[in-house]
Every structure is written in C-alpha cells, then in structure tokens.
Design a protein around this ligand. Structure first.
Ligand code: NAP
Length: 251
C-alpha cells in the first residue's frame, strides 16, 4: 500500500506551504481544509503528488471523511495538524458558541482526527501538533486561543504516554510569528493588545510559511524518533538551525 502524508489547514499559511514542501520532495500528500477553490489551486501546482479533500474538521463528519479517504488505499506516514482559528476576546464576554467553535477546530480536531486515523497509520507514524507561545503566556484579550494551545501541548504528551511502544509518535512545534492571514487579522482592528502584533511586523519578526514548512519537514522526515517527541520544538531556537536552515530565518 502506498504511503501518504496528511496535512490539515492546507488552504493557507503553514499547512499549504508544508503540502508544497513535501510534494517537492516527491512525497504523496493529502491536503485538507474547507475551501475547495484554494485547495484546487494547490493541487494544480503539484498534480502528481498532492491530493485534496474539502472537509470541515470542526465537525465529526469531517474526521470520518478523512479516514474514509485513506481506508484500504494508503498507509499514513505523517499527519500534521495545522488547521486552527484565533479569534480574540475577553473570557468574561465569551459566548459558549465561540468557545465551542474554537475548541472544535483547535483541540477536538487534532485529538479526534488522530484517533479516527489510528487503524491507518504505519507503525511509527509521526503526528505533529502546531503549538504557540500562547500555550505558555497569557495575553490580554487572547485567552481562549492560549487555552486551546496549552491543552494541545498536553495532548501531544498524553498521546505519547498512551503509546509508549512508539506505534505512533506525536510531536509539537512552534512556528514563530508567521506571515499570513492569521497575523494579518491579528494586526487589524482596534482592540487591547493589537500593538503586540503590529510590533511583530515592525520589528521584522515575520517568518514566511515556506521557511516554517522547511522546519516542519525536517522534524517529520529528518529528526530521530526520540528527538521528534522530546520537546515543543521552537523555530526560534538556534540550536537546531544547522540541521535544516539555509539562509536567514526571516529573510
Ligand atoms: N500564524 C502565526 O503567527 C502562528 C503562530 C503560532 C502558531 N500558529 C499555529 O500554526 C498553525 C498554522 O497557522 P497559519 O498561520 O497557517 O493559519 P492560517 O493561514 O489562518 O490557516 C488556517 C487553516 O486552518 C483551516 N481551517 C480553519 N478552520 C477549519 C475547519 N473548521 N475545518 C478545516 N480546516 C479549517 C483553514 O482552511 P479553511 O478556511 O479553508 O477551512 C486554513 O487552511 C495554526 O495551528 C496556528 O495556531 C500560527
């Protein structure tokens, strides 16, 4: 059976760039997101390697449709959970609907999509969670996003505790401040703390998604099993740059 790499959030930013990076290495990729037109463009850029699936991962039917797509056809080599949303707001004003919507895509989906794919992973398959500084540090008006990322950080450790024999190996990576729609939205509007995000751009801290994809591809394909699961890998940590980075991080 052919092996395939699964990437969520494939219509934009990091997920899209990772699909392209893996395809450029000749690997088969299934890119998943909701927006079909963006997915079609991605597929047309690498028709031999990239397949696409339009699915809402905030809903259990979306997880099932991914499993249905690979069943009896592929062994899954890796699954990268890049899909997420980052709405702002004070916890004191937050509706249950907003809470459930963000939890559904940022936390339920990584856990239950992984669960639904368990029969389809090759032994030692790698699952990668996209972490954030927000998992460690609360910022005013950004509490819920941080809560989801902190929980996701524990989820990667919990999976590894559940699979001590390495049937699957779960890792976590912090992509830095990524140039793209998520940061564009964070810089726009007038809300408490917006200066932080404007400052990221002014200080030249934005990292291109393609650069992040090189980092993630190194983790997925180049790092050893123990290393992969050993920490929440931070792209800004220079100690691993010699292993994958050509040129400057933000250039
Ligand atoms: N951007 C940053 O500075 C930054 C910093 C730290 C961590 N991160 C993390 O890195 C990851 C990638 O971020 P990014 O900048 O690439 O974000 P992005 O450009 O906003 O992309 C988010 C992706 O998630 C998908 N998505 C959202 N809701 C979905 C749903 N219900 N079902 C399926 N797909 C859904 C979107 O596709 P559709 O809309 O087509 O469904 C899109 O492809 C995220 O986990 C983020 O939390 C980002």
């Amino acid at each position: 059976m052919d092996e395939i790499h699964l990437v969520t959030g494939a219509s934009s930013g990091v997920g899209r760039a990772l699909c392209k990076e893996l395809a450029q290495r000749g690997l088969k990729v299934l890119g998943i997101a909701r927006r079909s037109p963006e997915l079609e463009i991605l597929k047309n850029e690498h028709p031999g390697e990239i397949q696409i699936l339009a699915a809402d991962l905030g809903d259990p039917t979306g997880w099932k449709s991914v499993a249905d797509r690979v069943r009896d056809r592929y062994q899954v080599s890796s699954l990268t959970h890049s899909a997420a949303i980052a709405a702002n707001g004070y916890l004191k004003d937050m509706s249950l609907e907003t809470y459930r919507k963000m939890l559904a895509i940022n936390l339920d989906a990584p856990i239950f999509l992984t669960q639904s794919l368990l029969p389809h992973f090759r032994r030692g398959a790698r699952i990668l969670h996209l972490s954030s500084g927000a998992a460690y540090r609360a910022i005013e008006y950004g509490g819920l996003y941080g809560i989801t990322k902190a929980a996701l950080l524990m989820a990667y450790r919990a999976w590894n505790a559940d699979f001590p024999g390495g049937e699957i190996i779960v890792g976590s990576a912090r992509p830095g401040v990524v140039d793209g729609p998520m940061q564009d939205r964070a810089r726009s509007g007038d809300y408490p703390g917006v200066e932080l995000f404007r400052g990221f751009k002014e200080k030249g801290m934005l990292i291109q998604p393609a650069r992040v994809a090189e980092f993630l591809a190194w983790l997925l394909l180049g790092a050893g099993d123990q290393d992969f699961a050993s920490q929440d890998w931070n792209i800004l940590d220079e100690s691993h740059h010699a292993s994958w980075l050509n040129g400057s991080l933000t250039g």
